[in-house]
Design a protein around this ligand. Structure first.
Ligand SMILES: Nc1ncnc2c1ncn2[C@@H]1O[C@H](COP(=O)(O)OP(=O)(O)O)[C@@H](O)[C@H]1O
Ligand SMILES: CC(=O)OP(=O)(O)O
Ligand SMILES: [Mg+2]
Length: 419
């Protein structure tokens, strides 16, 4: 019997699902059978991208798909209806479903989703308003459609457990901070973990010796200072709102700003429910800010190539805010750096953005090869460094689904026997 892993990555604007077959003999991932992505949930109509071997669908427009749960159900139907994907004919062969859960609070590693973990993740929903509840809607759908699969949660926050206390502590009343768990958690950790492994293989260096300034730039964007293969600092905080701006997020602003923006900042937002309590301030800063508020679109590919005033402004804001992290993280690493890494949808495809960011930090010893930077990135790690530059600049096609599936294989013994 073949064993199948379904790896599900619910982002704020997309759902990405990869299907893997595990080799029984060696207990390792044998093949990626298919990958399906529904993207553009914040820039409708959502679009489907699908790859199974040579079979490709590129950007099929979808009607009535607006939530991560819609996207999950659509993808699962698509996978099981694909005549060529014989491995999924018997849904019972899906042994594990991995779920990217953005906020895992104090969980230091992946967990089987049982009643207790489910409720714990649910309790953290207010701290990741664009992410945890949608991920749980997919967990419920899996329990409904694939009752034989074991659900495992992989947390974006776990990778950042190594951040020193003096960095993760906010200078506020510590009795309240401790009681309410108010500290820097950090996110995109599954992606950063993938980046460390990918660079270790690419540079032929043990991961514990790698120092990286990594930028995961997608719908949500963050920077991470990776010291000796571990997270030392990151730009997101208690919630994924802090740090860099994103598709619909403001990123860091003066904390007093909201009280001057609206008098009802602290009132419950209309999208609050019994299970999700967010204020109007949180709603505005998470859902109605960022590129959407400045330009009317969340499509950063469009923004980057447009010469409209507001698109250029958004572009320059992003470049400026990213630069605000690269230089300090470089100094935190004492200039002993293996690479500056770009990843995530914008990091991987945004050649103009990479050019502008690297140009801002050229005094530190970074420079791009213009031709390599413009080319399509065909490998997991692409080197776009100019000849003679002191430090490497790399583009990594990050793969959170693969990182989670590898985790399942590694930790299988811990999961088996527990539902
Ligand atoms: N050619 C491009 N140049 C710059 N940004 C792009 C390009 N194509 C897509 N993007 C952007 O990538 C982002 C999505 O990144 P991704 O990491 O897939 O998002 P998510 O956070 O949902 O996982 C979107 O903002 C999209 O506009
Ligand atoms: C943590 C986060 O912001 O994730 P995403 O970029 O997938 O929305
Ligand atoms: Mg993402």
């Amino acid at each position: 019997m073949s064993e199948i892993i379904l790896s599900i990555n619910a982002g704020s604007s997309s759902v990405k699902i990869s299907v893997y077959r595990v080799s029984e003999a060696k207990s390792q991932i044998q093949t990626q059978l298919a990958e399906a992505v529904v993207e553009g949930l914040t820039a409708p109509p959502a679009k489907l991208k699908y790859t199974r071997g040579d079979k490709k669908i590129r950007g099929k427009e979808l009607e009535d798909i607006s939530t991560q749960e819609d996207a999950f159900r659509y993808i699962l139907d698509h996978l099981t209806d694909d005549e060529g994907l014989t491995e999924l004919k018997n849904k019972n062969d899906i042994r594990f479903t991995c779920h990217r859960v953005v906020h895992g609070g104090d969980y230091p590693r992946s967990q089987v989703i049982d009643k207790e973990t489910y409720h714990h993740i649910e309790a953290l929903s207010d701290l990741a308003p664009l992410h945890n509840a949608p991920a749980l809607s997919i967990v419920r759908a899996v329990a409904d459609i694939l009752p034989h699969a074991k659900n495992i949660a992989y947390f974006d926050s776990s990778f950042h457990n190594t951040i020193p206390e003096y960095i993760s502590t906010y200078p506020i009343d510590q009795s309240i901070a401790k009681k309410n768990g108010l500290r820097k958690y950090g996110f995109h950790g599954i992606s950063y973990s993938f980046i460390v492994q990918a660079l270790s293989a690419h540079l032929g260096k043990p991961s514990e010796e790698l120092n990286i300034v990594a930028l995961h730039l997608g719908s949500g964007a963050s920077a991470c200072c990776i010291k000796n293969g571990r997270s030392h600092d990151t730009s997101m905080g208690l919630t994924p709102l802090a740090g860099l701006p994103g598709a619909t997020r403001s990123g860091s602003i003066d904390p007093s700003l909201m009280f001057h923006f609206t008098h009802s900042a602290g009132k419950p937002s209309r999208s609050s429910s019994e299970k999700l309590h967010i204020t109007q301030a949180e709603e505005i800063l998470n859902k109605n800010s960022g590129w959407k508020s400045l330009t009317g679109t969340t499509d950063f590919g469009y923004i980057s190539s447009s010469d409209r005033y507001e698109d250029q402004l958004a572009f320059h804001i992003f470049v400026d805010r990213i630069t605000n992290y690269v230089a300090p993280y470089f100094t935190k690493l004492n200039g002993k750096l293996d690479a500056l890494v770009f990843a995530g949808g914008i990091g991987e495809k945004g050649d103009k953005l990479r050019t502008a960011v690297v140009d801002n930090v050229k005094c530190l010893g970074f420079a791009l090869d213009a031709k390599k930077n413009r080319e399509e990135m065909k490998h997991v790690v692409s080197d776009i460094t100019a000849d003679g530059a002191r430090y490497k600049t790399l583009v990594v096609q990050t793969d959170e689904q693969l990182e989670m599936a590898r985790g399942v294989i590694e930790d299988k013994d811990r999961f088996v026997g527990k539902r």
